[in-house]
Design a binder for this molecule. Structure first.
Ligand code: ADP
Ligand code: DP6
Ligand code: CO
Length: 325
């Protein structure tokens, strides 16, 4: 009743931003991401008959706050599935990614937790079943089951039975790289969950955001298929700006950007003016991810590192889906 799984984070090129059902974590729109080999979570789950509650260690520290409750609530779903209502687990997780800083720790974290827990109980889930259950831990995590480019189908059903991720193209389809530009590894003030809830409830821009998704999605999938870097980059950057625009219209308004966030965005635009194709995207946090092609790795990296306020630049390639150790 013990298993260890490793899952990578993913960066959304078409963002998941808005839920239609908060409890089941059903999104308002499809999203599309690239799994990253540079950031991951390793989680060991051991179910034990002698435990009377779950125990959760994150990065060797015992967790008892809200982060613990998210884990136990998720394990409740696994217990329900396994019909083992009173079987509790000891969970040890290591994040090779900053936690809650906009680097998608919830994606690698819940994908690794789901995979390890399901394996520990020998549930024999298909990838599709695993993606569906993982979704209920954190939406973006359902995409981390797979490597390469991945789409999360929002689904139509009220019970979430058709809301899961599917592979768009495998890890080795295209060597696109991502530089994660670190400005702050601090926990963000507004979690992804709270940020999208406030946006859905109060931002007048939200409905136009949702309306703009189908054409972005169709175009970016065409671009991925044809390995058209400029097409993919342009759509991803514009989609990111639209998502962040919705937060400015919320009540109370908010933004995830810091001053250095804007400096990085402007540097990326300058890179393009100088003939180097590079595009940015930003999740719910101040840090920026820059898409580039392998031949420009040195130049892109050097220029990003020089920006005042940038503390680190971490390079990543297309990553693999969930694996077991
Ligand atoms: P991020 O940008 O890092 O995904 P979120 O606000 O979406 O930020 O989610 C962060 C939350 O995800 C953490 O506060 C914690 O509750 C959960 N989380 C992160 N890593 C793990 C992990 N390894 N195991 C379980 N839960 C995790
Ligand atoms: C901006 O998946 O972290 O990174 O489902 O509430 O756990 P919950 O939120 P989460 O949201 C991710 C938002 C995003 C865009 C994306 O990854 O698609
Ligand atoms: Co997250």
């Amino acid at each position: 009743m013990k298993a260890t799984a490793k899952a990578h984070t993913n960066i959304a090129l078409i963002k998941y931003w808005g839920k239609r059902d908060e409890k089941l974590i059903l999104p308002t729109n499809n999203s599309l991401s690239l799994t990253l080999d540079g950031f991951y979570t390793k989680t060991t789950v051991e179910f034990r008959e002698d435990l009377t509650e779950d125990i959760f260690y994150l990065d060797h520290k015992l967790v008892t706050d809200e982060q613990y409750h998210r884990v136990t609530k998720f394990l409740d779903l696994i217990r329900e599935y396994a019909q083992e209502k009173t079987l509790f687990a000891e969970v040890h997780s290591i994040n090779e990614v900053p936690t809650a800083a906009g680097f998608a720790s919830s994606a690698s974290g819940f994908a690794a937790l789901a995979a390890a827990a399901a394996r520990a109980l020998n549930l024999g889930l298909s990838d599709q079943e695993l993606s569906k259950i993982t979704r209920q831990g954190s939406g973006s995590a359902c995409r981390s089951i797979y490597g390469g480019f991945v789409e999360w189908h929002k689904g139509m059903e009220l019970d979430g039975s058709d809301s899961y991720a599917v592979p768009v193209s495998p890890q080795d389809h295209w060597d696109v790289r991502v530089a994660a530009v670190v400005l702050s590894a601090k926990m963000k003030k507004v979690s992804s969950r709270e940020g999208m809830r406030r946006t859905v409830e109060t931002s007048p821009f939200f409905s136009s955001w949702v309306d703009s998704i189908p054409s972005d999605l169709e175009d970016i999938k065409q671009g991925i298929k044809e390995r058209d870097f400029e097409k993919v980059g342009q759509i991803a950057e514009a989609n990111c700006l639209k998502m962040h625009a919705t937060t400015l219209g919320a009540n109370p308004p908010f933004t995830y950007w810091h001053d250095t966030t804007l400096a990085v965005m402007q540097t990326v635009q300058q890179l393009r003016e100088n003939g180097i194709p590079a595009y940015f995207t930003i999740d719910a946090g101040p840090n920026v991810k820059v898409l580039y092609l392998p031949e420009n790795e040195e130049k892109v990296q050097d220029i990003l590192r020089e920006i005042p306020g940038v503390t680190d630049v971490k390079l990543s390639r297309s990553g693999q889906g969930v694996t077991y150790i």
